[in-house]
Ligand binder design. Sequence first.
Ligand SMILES: [Zn+2]
Length: 273
Amino acid sequence: MNTFERSGKHLAIQSWQKLNSKLFSGFTTREGGNSTMAFHSMNMGFHVNDDPDKVRKNRKLFSEDIGFPVENWIGSKQVHAENIVKVSKEDRGSGSLDFDTAIPDTDGLYTSDENILLTSLYADCVPLYFYAPNDNLIGLAHAGWKGTVAKIGPAMINIWQEKESVDVKSILAAIGPSIGHCCYEVDDRVINEVKVALDGDTVDTVYKKNAAGNYQLNLKKLNEILLLRAGVLPENIIVSDQCTSCQNDVFFSHRKDKGKTGRMMSYIGRKGD
Ligand SMILES: [Zn+2]
């Protein structure tokens, strides 16, 4: 099932919007922007050596598309770790029109405030989304292999339970488009950390061995298993089946584009009255 459905040039988590018509969450594609060459065309990342004016233009275009002014976006400098920060209206504009003002050293953001858009940037890594409807909490986390094995997904769940008194059974999670097991080859260094993250359990669906020291890793599946182990109910997790490397006309892919490419943006925000 394609849980991230087309909505014009971007993808939206339509099932969450059906639950709450004021909740907007999804993932941008590479379509419909101003950037050229490797960044063609909707590059949302300032840190990849694209022309910053073009990135600002792309961001403004998207802000008009979804109706959240770009001044109300919040982004972070992602470092492939498990740091999570609670943000509020006071943080509006962090990283929205340049890289320097982004919230430092952070791969997870959450908020209870309305009218701000949480954002996070991708070219193959796994975008995680969190929503606790009863507590009005929304969150995003960036999970490449390092963030995944550092358990940034369970970290968000734990913080919401411990600091925000959220019932884990009420938490909805979504795992967005990323590089699929079809295209994600990794070595022993990665698989050894995956085994630690799984507490030594063998889970057939997470990775397959191609040859000595060479594996296909299913990073979405690993995130799903870790979220289930953190207590999220299976029926509350949705998983995209889109591969950013296979669908290179739709997505930027760090692997497929050999490192020089743009960034898609995950987003989640609640509009106020
Ligand atoms: Zn693929």
